[in-house]
Design a protein around this ligand. Sequence first.
Ligand code: SF4
Length: 367
Amino acid sequence: MSAADSKNDLKIDLSDALPFVPGDISSRLLDWYALAGRDLPWRRTRDPYRIWLSEIMLQQTTVAAVTGYYQRFLERFPEVTTLAAAPLEEVIDLWAGLGYYARARNLHAAARMVVEDFAGKFPRTTQELMLLPGVGRSTAGAVSALAFDQRAPILDANVRRVLCRLFALQEQPRSGSAEKKLWIWAEKLTPHESVHDYTQAIMDLGALVCTSSNPRCEQCPLESLCQARRQNLVGLLPLKVARKKIPSRQQLALLLVDQGRCLVQRRPTSGLLGGLWEFPGIDVAGEDPLEAVHQYCAGLEKIDKLSLLGQAQHTYSHFRLEVSFYRVDLEPRNRVEQGAQHWLPLADLTQLPLHGAHKKLLPLIGA
Ligand code: SF4
């Protein structure tokens, strides 16, 4: 969950003066939005279930990537009750390809909480919405404002960028001090009326005009008030966040093939990459890879052929996984499936929600 969605520090100090009248910002944004706002599928509703679903899907994901998933989810789970009643594995499978799979697990857990603890009705306030798994302060604010027109500030990536520039914030935007200021400003700028439209307007300004690269300041309704524009700092703000160094792990992944089918396994639904599929793998730390593959396969049976298909790496939030991918052709046999393992036709691999590192292996087998 992002710092924007921190569940702490809800109290903010409203005493600081602003470099402009907040009402000027909201009225300019509302006028601009009436002419230039986006028409998106989840904007044609005030249903909190649909708005919440879209907000979760849009976290760290583009509108273009989300649209198809949003429609497919609603066809399969038209109400929060149908989502809550579904098995988690089905939700994860439908989420396949959208990434950040913790969102799918939280989505399912939150739907169950709405049904069990809120009698199937979404709560209206930021504080109550933040009780739902995967819902931080900004997402809660968005649902509260967009579904219920409640005066609730948001601080998603687009709004964060707009505010950093509008106030010429020259601090690391993820620092505690910057976070506090940004929430204060977001709160002060949120109007007492037309909160629904204002919230969409400031999101759209960040998505369409105050973009991360090449912002279109000359088309911006806030240009004459923007502190970064006045101080010639637009290209520098928000300040770049220094990337953390993360450890690497090495793994051998095995494409075990028998008569056009390969072995895949589903990870346990709790824990890292929970509920996603993968090829059988062996973690290694310096040992001879061929020997490790042979050792692993010794318990299976005779190997017809063994070959290195290629390598791939994928960065997760806390580590980088470097994978060497071996194809192991086994002697043909009728195979019995065990536990989470499954013999899948090679042609069906692209339909499977593999975790990120193993998904990158598919081009190596022409899938
Ligand atoms: S003037 Fe430029 S930098 Fe300032 S808010 Fe508008 S688009 Fe962003």
